[in-house]
Write a protein that binds this ligand. Structure first.
Ligand SMILES: Cc1cc2nc3c(=O)[nH]c(=O)nc-3n(C[C@H](O)[C@H](O)[C@H](O)COP(=O)(O)OP(=O)(O)OC[C@H]3O[C@@H](n4cnc5c(N)ncnc54)[C@H](O)[C@@H]3O)c2cc1C
Length: 362
C-alpha cells in the first residue's frame, strides 16, 4: 500500500511538471489547466488539494464521519491539525474547518473528519444529509498549532467536549500508533452515551490509556479534575470543546500558573461584542454599490445585515475565507485590538470592525 502510494506520488510529480510547463499554461489561457483537468476527473488539479469521499458513517444521530482520499497535492497532517473543506451546497461553494480525526501515521493515505450537525448551520447538516462515497470536496493543506511537541512528556491529558473530540482523538490515535510508553488520560464530556462518536474505539483498552466520561459526575471543576487526574499539573494537556468547558479549563490552568502546559483548540467563539465607540461613520461596499451606517459590529455582520452574502468559514479569524480588500479607512481587529489604516490591505471581515468611514471591495 505504502509502495503503491509512493509510486503514485512519483507519477503525479512528473505529470505536474508537464502540466505546469509554459506551453500547457499558454494553451489553457484564460481558464487555466485546472479547469480542463477537472472536466476529465474532478479530483485532478495542479495545485489544489481535492479529495474523494470513500466512506460515510453515521456513528451518532447528530454526526457524520467522512473518510477521504486526497489527491497527490496533499502533504499530510500532524495529529490535532485541521483542514478547510470546500463543498458545493446548493450551487454555492462553502468553506468550513474540520479537524483531521485520524492518526498522523495512518498508512493507507486516507484521512477522516467528523462533522457535528449545527441545526442552524449550512455545511454540517448538508454533509450529514447528502455526503456519499464518490463526492469530491476541496481541502486546504493541514493547518494549526494544536499539535504534539517533538518530545512528548510522560503524561498527556486530553480533555474534550462534544465535537471537540476530533482533534483530541487524532492525538490519542497517533500516540497509540507510536506506542507512547507513558500515560494518556482522556476526559470526554458528552451529553449521554449515545452521543459519543468514537465510543467503541475508546472502549478498547490500550496499555497506559484511561478514558473517563466525567459528565456523569457533573460539570468540569477543579474538584472533579483532582478526583480523576490528581497530578494534572504535571501533564501536557490538550483541550477542545464548547466555549464554557474551554473557558473553565483555561481559567483553572492560568490561575494555577500552568497555562504554558495547556494547548487549546477553539471551534467557535462566544460572539464578538461590538464596542459602542465604533458605531460611527459609513461602511461602503463598493463592488455591490451598497452603503450602511457603521454600527460597531464586525464587517461580516454588517455586510450580511446590508443584504450581502460574502463567503465565510469560521467566523472567528482562523480560516481566512472571508478575507477581502479594504480600499480605505481605519479598522480594528476585534481579537487583538490592533487598528490599521493602510489603503488596499487584506482584512478578515469576521474579526474586523470599522472605526469611522470604511470602503470595502465587496
Ligand atoms: C479549527 C477548527 C476546527 C473545527 N473542527 C471541527 C470538527 O472537527 N468537527 C465539527 O463538527 N466542527 C468543527 N469545527 C466547526 C466547523 O468549522 C463549523 O463551524 C461547524 O461545522 C458548523 O458549520 P455549519 O456550516 O453547519 O454552520 P454555519 O452555517 O457556519 O453556522 C454556524 C453558526 O453561525 C451562525 N450563522 C451562520 N450564518 C450566519 C449569518 N449570516 N449571520 C449570523 N450568524 C450566522 C448560525 O446561526 C450558526 O449558529 C471546527 C472549527 C474550527 C475553527
Amino acid at each position: 500500500m505504502v509502495l503503491n502510494s509512493s509510486l503514485a506520488r512519483a507519477g503525479w510529480r512528473r505529470a505536474r511538471k508537464v502540466l505546469t510547463s509554459r506551453a500547457v499554461t499558454a494553451l489553457t489561457v484564460p481558464h487555466g489547466v485546472d479547469r480542463y483537468l477537472g472536466l476529465i476527473n474532478p479530483l485532478w488539479s495542479v495545485n489544489e488539494v481535492r479529495a474523494v469521499v470513500t466512506d460515510v458513517a453515521h456513528h451518532t444521530p447528530s454526526t457524520v464521519t467522512l473518510t477521504l482520499r486526497p489527491n497527490g497535492n496533499w502533504r499530510g497532517a500532524q495529529a490535532g491539525q485541521h483542514v478547510r473543506l470546500r463543498v458545493d451546497v446548493d450551487g454555492v461553494l462553502r468553506t468550513r474547518c474540520f479537524s483531521v480525526a485520524c492518526s498522523a501515521h495512518r498508512a493507507d493515505g486516507l484521512i477522516e473528519i467528523t462533522a457535528k450537525v449545527n441545526p442552524a448551520g449550512t455545511v454540517s447538516g448538508h454533509l450529514k444529509r447528502t455526503a456519499r462515497p464518490g463526492l469530491v470536496v476541496g481541502l486546504s493543506q493541514a493547518e494549526g498549532n494544536f499539535v504534539l511537541p517533538a518530545a512528548v512528556p510522560e503524561h498527556v491529558l486530553l480533555i474534550s467536549g462534544g465535537s471537540g473530540v476530533t482533534p483530541v482523538m487524532s492525538i490519542l490515535r497517533t500516540l497509540v500508533d507510536r506506542r507512547h510508553t507513558g500515560r494518556i488520560t482522556f476526559l470526554h464530556y458528552t451529553a449521554g452515551p449515545g452521543d459519543v462518536v468514537y465510543r467503541d474505539e475508546l472502549a478498547a483498552t490500550h496499555p497506559g490509556v484511561t478514558v473517563v466520561y466525567p459528565r456523569q459526575h457533573g460539570r468540569f471543576s477543579r474538584e472533579q479534575l483532582l478526583r480523576f487526574v490528581p497530578d494534572y499539573a504535571e501533564a501536557l494537556s490538550y483541550c477542545c470543546g464548547p466555549p464554557s468547558l474551554m473557558d473553565a479549563v483555561t481559567s483553572l490552568w492560568r490561575a494555577e500558573g500552568i497555562g504554558d502546559r495547556l494547548r487549546v483548540e477553539r471551534f467557535t467563539t462566544q460572539g464578538l461584542v461590538p464596542q459602542a465607540g465604533d458605531a460611527v461613520g459609513e461602511v461602503r461596499f463598493t463592488r455591490s454599490g451598497v452603503s450602511a451606517r457603521g454600527d460597531g459590529r464586525t464587517l461580516l455582520d454588517q455586510a450580511e445585515a446590508a443584504g450581502l452574502r460574502p463567503d465565510f468559514g469560521c467566523r472567528m479569524g482562523v480560516c481566512h475565507t472571508c478575507t477581502s480588500v479594504k480600499s480605505s479607512g481605519s479598522v480594528r481587529n476585534v481579537l487583538t485590538g490592533t487598528i490599521t489604516a493602510e489603503p488596499g490591505e487584506q482584512i478578515q471581515l469576521c474579526v474586523t470592525a470599522p472605526c469611522g468611514d470604511v470602503e470595502l471591495d465587496i
